[in-house]
Write a protein that binds this ligand. Structure first.
Ligand code: PLP
Length: 386
């Protein structure tokens, strides 16, 4: 069941399930088998073997993820970084150059700046919201343009509808890290992107109990990435496949609830006298609001803000919260809160953080599926105490 005219809710539960059901079991079994009886396969990539991401546990997920983004094909990987690095190492070779958004996920940024140059691959950084500036950053050997749907931790959104046309006009492969949006809020293939990448550790699984990644796109390119992953070895184990499939079934319910709660929380914070700034693309005065409205179906469950006072006040506020857990990562059913300067952006120097607009007192909230009213009351009591 992969028909594109079914709604996301239905596809999240059923798309790509094994037919017929195995022993009539409702749920895809965990195919905990490293190897499978030889069936006459002619090509190495087709031999059934756990590392080759082709057990039935993998294949159900591939069909479901492709269906959720209305793409042709998908691949799961052992983590978001396995998906991202393998995709980049598929589309790029020695002597190539890529354009990447300047506000990238830390691991991706580090890989591009510190690891890719060792393979003779260079990069320049662009402002994803300024398509008029991209052309001048092109080189003769530019092969990839790489962006993120919603950037961390200021929730910036680039001019997403311009990326694929620009890539096509200039012979580039377009890639987008769609982790923060999830297929509920953005489906890159519908906007012409070649590859959508995910940390499935976050919204796709949604239960903070596994690490996984995903690569979603056209048949030919996903096949090439699969071949590279077969060699690099970052495949997802069958038990994690089972957990990810279970998590995906509630993706749409979770993310729609998180969209709504995050907007309500952002509005409450915006109106609170002790809050100085709120970064949420759903707020009319957020710098990315117009671009976000044009491209996204929802504004996501992530927001960040600064309260009046110094870093110590921000820290006291965080410690006063009763519901959100102080923890890095995001996208799960539990609300999580962090100061990016101590977690996701601790690798940057204070000067680099200042330039990126990330103050040491910035607080980031990943809104879970708890009641929005409870979360708002909790945030209000913590604000009242600082
Ligand atoms: C977490 C994250 C990653 C890395 O994913 P892992 O599953 O931790 O490897 C990549 N991109 C974004 C936007 C993320 O939030």
């Amino acid at each position: 069941m992969t028909s594109t005219n079914l709604s996301l809710e239905t596809k999240a539960v059923h798309a790509g399930a094994l037919e017929p059901r195995v022993h009539r079991a409702l749920v895809t079994p965990i195919f905990q088998s490293a190897t499978f009886e030889f069936g006459g396969e002619a090509c190495y990539d087709d031999i059934r073997y756990a590392r080759l991401s082709n057990t039935p546990s993998h294949e159900v997920l591939h069909r479901r993820l492709a269906a959720l983004e209305n793409a042709d094909s998908a691949l799961v990987a052992a983590s978001g970084m396995a998906a991202i690095t393998t995709a980049l190492l598929t589309a790029l070779k020695t002597g190539d150059h890529l354009l990447a958004q300047s506000t990238l996920y830390g691991g991706t940024h580090d890989f591009i700046v510190n690891d890719l140059p060792r393979f003779g691959i260079a990069a320049d950084f662009i402002d994803a919201a300024r398509p008029d500036t991209w052309k001048s950053a092109l080189r003769k050997n530019t092969k990839v343009i790489y962006v993120e749907t919603i950037s961390n931790p200021l929730m910036g959104v680039g001019d997403l509808r311009e990326v694929a046309p620009f890539a096509r006009a200039n012979g580039l492969t377009s890639m987008i890290d769609n982790t923060f949006a999830s297929p509920v809020n953005f489906r890159p293939f519908e906007h012409g992107f070649d590859l959508s990448l995910h940390s499935a550790t976050k919204y796709l699984n949604g239960h903070s109990d596994l690490a996984a990644g995903a690569v979603i796109g056209g048949l030919k390119l996903v096949k090439e990435v699969t071949h590279r992953l077969n060699h690099l070895g970052g495949s997802l184990d069958p038990h994690a496949c089972f957990l990810l499939e279970r998590g995906l079934k509630t993706l749409v319910l979770r993310v729609r609830h998180q969209n709504e709660s995050a907007l309500r929380i952002a509005r409450m914070l915006r109106a609170h006298p002790k809050v100085e700034t709120v970064n949420y693309p759903g707020l009319e005065d957020h710098q990315s609001h117009a671009l976000a409205r044009k491209a996204l179906d929802g504004f996501g469950g992530m927001l960040s803000f600064e309260i009046a006072g110094d870093v110590a006040a921000a820290q006291r506020f965080i410690e006063r919260l009763r519901i959100p857990v102080v923890a890095p990562s995001l996208g799960g059913v539990e609300s999580l809160v962090t100061r990016p300067a101590t977690t996701s952006h601790v690798g940057l120097t204070p000067e680099q953080r200042r330039k990126a607009g990330i103050s040491d007192r910035l607080i980031r909230l990943s809104v879970g599926i708890e009641s929005a009213a409870d979360l708002i009351a909790d945030l209000e009591q913590a604000l009242g105490a600082v």
